[in-house]
Design a protein around this ligand. Structure first.
Ligand code: PMP
Length: 452
């Protein structure tokens, strides 16, 4: 590559000029697509570009996002898609919710970033709001940008408080891809090439199997390995919206107390109303010791994540060294403004109730499709608007995903495969939009049935 700073300056200015325009001409839109393809291939990740198989198979692999409102996403050519992917839980409030955008704009006029030495008042307000909306005695919060950072913080806090180092986690779990979170992940393809990971012991047990957790805790006690925490997703997201038996979380709570381990709920994907409760653990009336949040916390406008815990446990981060866990931009005023507005919208519109009601309707209709297309579907799982369609194999899953994309509905498989397709639309999706998705899905299934 021939490197040129003059060319970089021209390119940056061209992009700034283009994005300042209220509308693009058709020629400009096509040049955005052509450049995006080249830039992704040459400077981002060629493999990723080739791997998005559902859109690749739909023949629209270069579809380029541009804007969106509510549950509708628009590409740079002005084509509209009903978003049934919702940024894997990021866009619970839909695309560019006006109240969240407004709050961020207001904050931006004053100051976007913190001094880090004076007191950032927005950080205080957001922490207090989190104390109000989280379960049990949880009262303190620390903010970052990504879900994986929230999990990293939770791991450190559990170790510091318990002075133990072992973790029990779930097979097929997803907690993020930084080294600590990755150690807790339950999928070989992401872990194995990077072994060894976390220095302490990590044991994987099947999600939803309280007896397996108990057995592991008992074994560790017998052989003298101390377990700091049991870390799980309440409903597994990336594994394909897998909800556990109803006694699982209550039993985890009892077991953790019995064995002196902390219970960490990773609600990065399930939290903020997604499963039909503000937090998924509320389905079972369980208060974890540490709760992780992320994705939807920033309202789909700013990246915001958090880990939160009780005053007793938080002591480990306050004394003797209050700088035990810090970051530079985690509680920046823009992120705080977005999260404060997000919480306000969720509470005002009671979005968790909407998720419960719309999810029950959507799931019921999907289950009817399983009965009518048993050669395509294996089953439907999930809670609220964290649902998943499980197919007999990945190939048929890709065909459904591609068929939907051709019909302007955005869905995606779970990480690298379409054996399971998650249905995770913004919680603000309307009943009419759900019906429209179901129509287009039925049309796709009929098409596929004919050629099977
Ligand atoms: N935890 C869970 C349960 C998740 O679903 C995810 C993301 N899919 C993460 C953690 C990691 O979040 P991020 O990608 O923002 O680091």
């Amino acid at each position: 590559m021939n490197k040129s700073r003059e060319e970089a300056q021209t390119l940056a200015q061209q992009w700034l000029d283009l994005t300042a325009k209220p509308e693009l001409t058709e020629e400009e839109a096509h040049s955005v697509i052509a450049d995006a393809k080249k830039n992704f291939a040459n400077y981002v990740n060629k493999g990723w570009l080739e791997y998005r198989k559902s859109v690749t198979e739909a023949g629209q692999w270069a579809a380029t996002e541009w804007t969106g409102r509510g549950a509708v996403l628009r590409d740079v050519l002005g084509r509209e898609y009903i978003d049934c992917l919702g940024g894997y839980g990021l866009l619970s409030l839909g695309w560019a919710h006006p109240r969240v955008v407004g709050a961020v704009q207001a904050q931006l006029r004053r100051t976007p970033m913190p001094s880090l030495e004076l007191i950032n008042p927005a950080r205080g307000v957001l922490s207090k709001l989190m104390a109000h909306i989280t379960p049990g005695d949880i009262q303190y919060s620390f903010f970052a940008a990504s879900g994986t950072e929230a999990v990293e913080g939770a791991i450190k806090l559990a170790k510091l408080y318990t002075k133990k180092s072992g973790f029990i986690v779930a097979v097929r779990a997803f907690h993020g891809k930084t080294m600590g979170s990755l150690s807790m992940m339950g999928k070989a393809e992401y872990r194995q090439p990077l072994l060894p990971l976390y220095g302490g012991p990590v044991y994987h047990v099947p999600h939803g199997d309280a007896a397996a957790v108990e057995q592991q805790l008992e074994i560790c006690k017998t052989v003298g390995i101390d377990i700091a925490a049991v870390l799980m997703e309440p409903v597994q997201g990336e594994a394909g919206a897998i909800d556990p038996p109803d006694d699982f979380w209550p039993r985890l709570r009892v077991l953790c107390d019995q064995y002196g381990a902390l219970l960490i709920a990773d609600e990065v994907q399930t939290g903020m109303g997604r499963t039909g409760k503000m937090w998924a653990v509320e389905h079972w009336d369980v208060a974890p010791d540490i709760l992780c949040s992320g994705k939807a916390l920033g309202g789909g406008v700013m990246p915001v994540s958090a880990f939160c815990s009780t005053p007793d446990i938080w002591e480990a981060l306050m004394h003797p060294n209050p700088f035990m866990h810090t970051n530079t931009t985690g509680s920046n005023p823009l992120a705080c403004a977005a999260a404060i507005a997000t919480i306000s919208v969720i509470l005002e519109e009671r979005l968790w109730e909407q998720a419960a009601e719309k999810g029950t309707y959507f799931k019921g209709k999907l289950k009817e499709l399983v009965t009518r297309y048993p050669h395509i579907y294996a089953r439907i799982t999930g809670k609220g608007l964290l649902l998943a369609q499980h197919f007999h194999n990945a190939e048929v899953g890709y065909r459904v995903a591609a068929g939907l994309f051709r019909r302007n509905v955005l869905v995606a498989g779970t990480l690298t495969n379409a054996h399971t397709i998650r249905v995770e639309p913004p919680l603000v999706i309307t009943r009419e939009q759900i019906d429209e998705v179901l129509n287009r899905l039925e049309d796709t299934l009929q098409d596929i049935s004919h050629s099977l």
